[in-house]
Design a protein around this ligand. Structure first.
Ligand code: PBG
Length: 328
């Protein structure tokens, strides 16, 4: 018999499906999933979002349908975005007690008391110019004026019952401003999930249709991170943690796995959440619909985000994945 040149046979570990299951390092579970939801000011709305197939802008009267379906699937967390009736230069509707998100939170809590309610905290849907804060005379987002508005918005959302405030504007000092305001109002229990590392990405395209918050002129390059940078992400995360962030989002997720992995290695003690954004979802859905990709890409894309180091994932696939997992 000729001597085999093979040093070791890795394939022995992959032979049986049960062996492969035992040895899989990264799993996705319904506990990992956070579902984004768009709340429309028209109470009876259930408007399909063209660029985000399977998703709707929901009016408050339609929420029982959605919330019961989600709870039955075992989904445990929601991220809420509001689409208000009125927009102005400051985005003042975002801190009104009868704002669209403020009205929806108690309804959701009553329907499903154990659902973790996370509220996006930003201005782009609320300003008439579509930017993530008040503008200065030059038309740039006025950082420090915006901080005051963010603090008001966070307090108002927390008073409505939000468990988690998720500031998404990449405004310097936003976490400290929100933490200080919440603590002053005796809301120490509300946690801050900061969008610490958010890139100026074209993958947000479908979201802009969903949330109706595109900038009318210009872009978000003066506050969101440059797509070529990764060292800078370390500084962004460190600052937000210093300011009091309890956990942090990296966004988009799928094309920024290197950033997730790097942050997780450097700060293993900070829970990271990957946001698989609208464009990541829509691109995969389009290819699946055409028959060019199989549905495996859905779980594959989520496992990749966890394997990189995320503890949880915000994803528009949450419902599909939860029902796939429950049928196995
Ligand atoms: C707004 C916000 C955006 C997203 C979440 N919050 C859009 C943006 O920054 O332009 C994108 C989410 C997605 O694409 O799914 N502050």
């Amino acid at each position: 018999m000729t001597e085999s040149p093979i040093v070791y046979r890795m394939r022995r570990r992959r032979l049986q499906p049960s062996m492969r299951a035992l040895l899989r390092e990264t799993h996705i579970s319904v506990d990992d999933l956070i579902l984004p939801i768009f709340l429309h000011h028209d109470a009876s709305a259930q408007h399909p979002i063209d660029a985000l197939p399977g998703h709707f802008q929901w009016g408050i009267e339609q929420l029982p349908l959605l919330i019961q379906r989600i709870s039955a699937l075992g989904i445990k967390a929601l991220l809420l975005f509001g689409i208000p009736a009125n927009k102005d230069a400051q985005g003042s509707e975002s801190w009104h007690a009868n704002g669209v998100v403020q009205q929806a939170i108690p309804v959701i809590k009553q329907l499903a008391p154990h659902l973790l309610v996370m509220a996006d905290c930003c201005f782009c849907q609320y300003t008439d110019h579509g930017h993530c804060g008040e503008l200065d005379a030059q038309g740039n987002v006025d950082n420090d004026a915006t901080l005051q508005g963010l603090a008001k918005q966070a307090v108002s959302l927390s008073q409505a019952g939000a468990d988690v405030i998720a500031p998404s504007g990449m405004i310097d000092g936003m976490v400290a401003a929100i933490r200080t305001a919440l603590d002053q109002e005796d809301m120490q229990q509300v946690s801050i999930l900061s969008y610490a590392v958010k890139y100026q990405s074209a993958f947000y395209g479908p979201f802009r249709e969903a949330a109706q918050g595109s900038p009318s002129i210009g872009d978000r390059a003066s506050h969101q991170m440059d797509i070529g940078n990764s060292h800078e992400a370390l500084r962004e995360l460190a600052l937000d943690v210093e300011e009091g962030a309890d956990w942090a989002i990296i966004k988009p997720a799928g094309h920024y796995l290197d950033v997730i992995a790097r942050l997780h290695q450097r700060y293993p003690e900070i829970p990271l959440v990957g946001y698989q954004v609208s464009g990541e979802y829509s691109a995969l859905i389009a290819a699946i619909d055409k028959g060019w990709l199989s549905e495996q890409v859905i779980t594959e894309s989520l496992i990749a985000i966890k394997r990189a180091g995320a503890s949880a994932i915000i994803t528009y696939f949450a419902e599909q994945v939860a029902s796939m997992l429950s049928s196995h």
